[in-house]
Design a protein around this ligand. Structure first.
Ligand code: PLP
Length: 386
């Protein structure tokens, strides 16, 4: 039996999402930009999905732009905002590379985090204030802070970030990468104060390769992809109709189940994390003081092990049919330690010994038992080997 503990990397598709998708691939496969009946049908599916996703995210249907996933959604906002305003960008130092890299590419600034992994709001305030006080500097085009970190699960102080940006830089686009948040946090409370969010369907039971940007209509960004008038010329390219319909079905189901799922998954996560802390020496639960995990989303259990290399540990876990990852899966095999852990102040060697176990709605006590049964011995074996 496989124990899938890599839900932050991707999730199994929900049945409702598969059911929504299949007929659109095999029988109702029209191109929504066309003129005939099958095209109009496909267009209706896109419109209906847009309505569902607008209601789930707290935006208007016309404020959604479908993309090929979270990476494109994040790039669209950062590059599109900087290009439209001829300005620069600011983000937290622990953003996913889909935000961090475009911010660095436009010469933007990063804001550090404290040892708990939360953005240093005093540093953000002093940078925004300095820009505001200097007549030679223009306001940033976009400030981007994620809702929850994909490696550690740390939730960012979004209300405080929003308050600072509104105070010192009211015209700046305030963006939130909510890719890891939709299953675990109330999106409405984020979208009440942020101008835009990005989502990726495969993180919540939808298919890979489809996502969205939701952005208030009073904000303007330049399109990332030119070449077609789809999405009111905001994103060229034939719609992924089946993917969009499946994303809407998955989002609906996720939000309907969320309140019940959170305490159940948090209980499993706590048993898993406490079990590791109780049985393994020389291990640090990242961003956690004592055992207080209240500033983390419910599903991520994340550790750094002394004298361990993640790759070797993952190999031993896989032998026991446990699927996990070291950091974000896009970075696995990386020669450098995680930028998230180094920003939090962990030393390089410790950061190379990281392990992320991420649960999902269908995770069970058996999954937790399986990890607790083999992890202590696996760590000991690797340490003995040196
Ligand atoms: N942002 C965050 C926080 C993520 O965790 C990920 C994926 O791991 C992405 C963006 C990129 O999403 P996608 O895989 O859809 O490109």
């Amino acid at each position: 039996m496989v124990h899938y503990l890599d839900n932050a990397a991707t999730t199994a598709m929900r049945d409702v999402a598969v059911e929504a998708m299949m007929p659109l691939l095999q029988t109702s496969y029209g191109n929504p930009s066309g003129a005939h009946r099958m095209a109009r049908q496909a267009n209706r599916v896109v419109d209906e999905s847009r309505e569902v996703l607008a209601s789930v995210t707290g935006f208007k249907p016309g404020e959604l732009v479908f993309t090929s996933g979270g990476t494109e959604a994040d790039n669209t906002v950062i590059k599109g905002a900087c290009s439209a305003a001829e300005g620069s960008a600011i983000c937290s130092a622990v953003e996913h590379h889909a935000i961090l890299d475009p911010v660095l590419a436009v010469g933007g600034a990063t804001i550090g985090v404290d040892s708990s992994g939360q953005v240093d709001v005093a540093e953000l305030e002093s940078l925004l204030k300095a820009i505001n006080d200097d007549p030679d500097r223009s306001a940033p085009a976009v400030v981007s802070v994620m809702a929850a970190n994909n490696e550690t699960g740390v939730i960012q102080p979004l209300e405080k970030v929003a308050e600072l940006v509104r105070t010192y830089s009211p015209d700046t686009i305030l963006h939130c990468d909510a890719v890891q948040a939709i299953c675990w946090l109330d999106l409405a409370s984020i979208t009440a104060t942020f101008d835009s969010i990005s989502l990726s369907a495969h993180k919540f039971g939808g298919p890979k390769g489809v996502g969205l940007v939701a952005m208030r209509s009073n904000k303007t960004i330049a399109p990332l992809l030119l070449g077609g008038s789809q999405e009111r010329s905001r994103r060229g390219g034939t719609h992924n109709v089946a993917g969009i319909a499946a994303m809407a079905a998955a989002a609906n189901a996720t939000v309907a189940e969320r309140d019940d799922a959170i305490p159940n998954v948090a209980k499993l996560r706590d048993r898993l994390s406490d079990g590791i802390l109780d049985t393994v020496e020389g291990v640090t639960e990242t961003g956690v003081t004592g055992r207080d995990r209240s500033h983390k989303i419910a599903n991520i259990s994340h550790f750094c092990f002394e004298q361990i290399e993640s790759e070797a540990l993952l190999f031993l876990l896989e032998k026991h049919d446990i699927m996990a990852s070291a950091a974000s899966s896009c970075a696995s095999g990386a020669a450098e330690p995680s930028h998230v852990l180094t920003a939090m102040g962990y030393d390089r060697l410790l950061a190379f010994g990281s392990l992320r176990l991420s649960l999902g709605y269908s995770s069970t006590n058996e999954d937790v038992d399986a990890v607790l049964a083999c992890l202590p011995a696996a760590v000991e074996r690797l340490r003995e080997r040196g």
